[in-house]
Design a binder for this molecule. Structure first.
Ligand code: GSH
Length: 230
């Protein structure tokens, strides 16, 4: 068996894939990619993942991009009966898990990405009010998703939680959850952060990601101030 995960620890979707691999006990190779330097754009990498995003995997010649698709594949390929809680067979629970994964892919992560992209390209000096409004609106949705269950799709942790916690760990670092407005989300976030897999696999990369976004914003501010004085 030879599974390679192309990743960087700061990347939220890469952290989600790494957490699933950790829980399933998969022995994998890591290949570090720096997306700021666009290391994923070489012809060889583009062939493996035409989306040119991180993470992607190569499992004995089978290549797959998008963390959500990868998480489901790893579960199907490597999951054992004791992991069934992560993706139960009940059709409605599965549908809810899918919805939360699509929510992360199509709503939550893009709202973080709208901060990341202009920050890493030197444009953003602080999160704008409209960005904050969009992020808060996502927190409102998550609060609603947590109205009937302790976790996002069930009373136990599923793939949905492993995906969303990675995006939320960066978002909370740059635009903290207001626990008065979103008490269930705050409790979920604290519960998830206490999980061993999150402490070991998610936290170091999340801390790195938050610190790098804040540092880039500071540098952008200095550069823009310098330019305005010229
Ligand atoms: N939906 C994708 C998003 C992946 C993504 O956008 N990753 C970022 C790094 S955190 C990236 O590769 N950015 C470079 C780009 O979008 O070109 C997933 O879940 O894997």
């Amino acid at each position: 068996m030879s599974l390679t995960i192309y990743k960087t620890n700061a990347s939220p979707p890469a952290r989600a894939v790494m957490m699933v691999a950790e829980i399933l006990g998969i022995n994998y190779n890591s290949y570090e990619i720096n997306p700021i330097l666009r290391e994923q754009d070489t012809p060889e990498m583009t062939k493996k993942n035409p989306m040119r995003t991180i993470p992607y995997i190569d499992d004995d010649g089978y290549c797959l991009g998008d963390s959500h698709a990868i998480m489901l594949y790893l579960f199907d390929q490597y999951g054992k009966p004791e992991h069934s809680y992560l993706y139960p067979t009940d059709k409605r629970k599965r549908a809810t898990i899918h919805q939360r994964l699509f929510f992360d892919c199509g709503v939550l992560f893009p709202r973080l990405r709208s901060v990341m992209a202009p920050t890493y390209t030197g444009k953003l000096t602080e999160i704008s009010n409209s960005m904050k409004k969009n992020i808060d609106d996502s927190y409102r949705m998550l609060e609603a998703y947590l109205s009937d269950t302790l976790y996002l799709a069930d009373n136990v942790i599923t793939l949905a939680d492993l995906s969303v916690i990675t995006t939320m760990s960066t978002l909370h670092g740059i635009h903290p959850i207001d626990s008065n407005k979103y008490p269930k989300l705050m409790k979920w976030f604290s519960n998830m952060s206490e999980q061993e897999v999150c402490k070991k696999v998610n936290k170091p990369g999340a801390d790195e990601h938050v610190a790098s976004l804040k540092t880039f914003m500071e540098i952008n501010k200095l550069n823009q101030n310098k330019k305005s004085k010229l």
